[in-house]
Design a protein around this ligand. Structure first.
Ligand SMILES: *Cc1c(COP(=O)(O)O)cnc(C)c1O
Ligand code: SF4
Length: 329
């Protein structure tokens, strides 16, 4: 049986907007003025849940939340240096659904889908079909983790791991907690931002009652993404002793101004979240129009450092294939 709290987020998920026409109507945008066609929709369709749409300003084509989800013809442009596997993740697949790139931590793909489709997503071309998660796949992943005692932390990622049902996640965490050398459980998720009702009692239970120390890394790119419901779901996590961090991607026209980044850090901290990483865009095919040059990024972070307390300044990093960690800029 689906619990009352569970049904709300699952309802929002099913009710997500998948049609540009509906999105335009809700946002009072003139479909005829759509900047270039929505041809890019085919490969990676438009998908945005209503609680996120509610935070988009009506009638504004340049709204920073809208730009994250609106497919544009630019996605089809070919740009040299932007590939379908920019991080060479395929080489680091240790078992189906398990990516082991960095010392001491592994990334487990707990679901292959997302509640929202972010147009700049670095995994938009990831071969999810071959890395489909499921109870049958866990065995190999768990065996791999069990035999490598250097692994202290498991990161549930995806897709968005919180799209999986709580019962499934609870069972997975149970099995992870049985592996003696594991110490921490980290969840990389955008769901508490996109559909904050996802933070249910059942979710808090599996997250905080195992032996493993819980960390949630949110993905929020703009202060406008944080509304009351988001603040409340984060408060639930904090009350249960979860460390909550945030990572953002530096995106052209969305958060590439110093004032916008200051507002983001302040909004995050005001709800108890520490800014962790600010990522340079991964050079994934279809996302080149979001790219901010490295020199520009450096100048932005310098200005942030001069205006904010140190703990509110995220680490500016990029991900390079074959490196032993994210690369600080
Ligand atoms: C980013 C990432 C991690 C985590 O790196 P941290 O620097 O610890 O946040 C682990 N594995 C993979 C494959 C990653 O991409
Ligand atoms: S939530 Fe994360 S993984 Fe999913 S589409 Fe957005 S950036 Fe990609």
């Amino acid at each position: 049986m689906i619990s009352r709290t569970g049904s709300r987020w699952q309802h929002e998920l099913r009710d997500a907007i998948c049609s540009a026409q509906t999105l335009f109507e809700l946002l009072e945008l003139d479909g005829a003025l759509a900047p270039k066609a929505l041809k890019a929709d085919k490969d990676f369709p438009l998908r945005v849940p209503r609680p996120f749409v509610d935070r988009i300003k009506k009638g504004d084509w340049k709204d920073p939340l809208l730009l994250q989800v609106l497919p544009l013809a630019e996605e089809l442009d070919y740009t040299p240096g932007f590939s379908t596997d920019p991080l060479a993740e395929r080489q680091a697949i240790a078992a189906p659904g398990l990516i082991h790139k960095y010392h001491g931590r592994v990334l487990l793909i707990a679901t292959a889908s997302c509640a929202i489709h972010c147009r700049y997503c670095f995994r938009r071309h990831f071969p999810y079909q071959e890395n489909k998660p499921g109870t049958a796949q866990w065995k190999q992943a768990l065996d791999y983790i069990r035999q490598d005692k250097s692994i202290k932390e498991v990161i549930l990622s995806g897709g968005d791991p919180l799209l999986a049902p709580d019962r499934y996640l609870a069972e997975l965490v149970d099995q992870l907690a049985d592996i003696a050398h594991l110490e921490r459980l980290r969840i990389h998720t955008r769901l508490p931002i996109v559909i904050p009702q996802r933070i249910t009692t059942e979710c808090l239970d599996w997250l905080t009652t195992s032996r493993l120390q819980p960390i949630v890394v949110l993905h929020c790119n703009h202060a406008n993404e944080i509304d009351r419901a988001v603040a409340e779901s984060i408060e639930q996590l904090l009350k249960r002793g979860v460390t909550v961090l945030n990572q953002s991607v530096l995106l052209r026209q969305i958060n590439d101004r110093v004032d916008t980044l200051i507002e983001l850090s302040e909004a995050l901290f005001s709800v108890g979240v520490l800014p962790y990483y600010l990522h340079l865009l991964d050079r994934v095919a279809g996302a080149a129009h979001f790219d901010v040059a490295e020199v520009e990024a450096l100048a932005l972070i310098d200005q942030l450092r001069s205006k904010l307390p140190g703990y509110m300044v995220p680490k500016l990093v990029k991900e390079q294939a074959g490196k032993s960690s994210k690369t600080p800029i």
